[in-house]
Design a protein around this ligand. Structure first.
Ligand SMILES: [Zn+2]
Length: 148
């Protein structure tokens, strides 16, 4: 059991989200009426350290990538072109996707990737709730064949 140390800026446990009948924490591998990760039952609060309770944070993703630029460009020209000109950063996403496609035989970009935590946006505890299953449609009257 993990001891949870409450910080003064954390919301009280009473406002933690309750396990919903359609909670994302209810998994096929676990009981149908409890969170798979913290074992709390439907209607109870998720535990303080439950992984399905999230908060919003800012991070910076960075990738060190090889690109081709005009031979005569200086470092300042390269940074201006990619950072301040009309060149759209969505082009960088396209380049990354072309170089590191999400396929079985491709090389993953982990070696060139870095993530830096920049700050917390808010500490509001959130969970995801799946849409309840669609109810069965009513039987089509055309298919109704009473037994005579
Ligand atoms: Zn939970």
């Amino acid at each position: 059991m993990v001891d949870i140390v409450k910080r003064s800026d954390e919301p009280p446990v009473e406002v933690f989200p309750l396990v919903d009948p359609h909670d994302d924490g209810i998994r096929p591998a676990g009981p149908p009426d409890a969170c798979f990760y913290c074992q709390q039952k439907v209607g109870q609060s998720h535990k303080r350290d439950c992984v399905v309770v999230s908060k919003k944070v800012w991070v910076r993703y960075s990738f060190d990538v090889e690109i081709e630029v005009p031979h005569a460009w200086t470092p300042e020209q390269i940074e201006f072109h990619r950072g301040e000109s009309s060149w759209c950063a969505s082009n960088a996403l396209v380049e990354l996707n072309e170089r590191y496609p999400d396929t079985e035989d491709s090389v993953c970009p982990c070696a060139i990737f870095d993530c830096t935590y920049l700050g917390t946006i808010d500490e509001i505890p959130r969970t995801k709730v799946r849409a309840p299953p669609e109810p069965e449609p009513p039987p089509d009257p055309e298919d109704f064949h009473p037994l005579w």
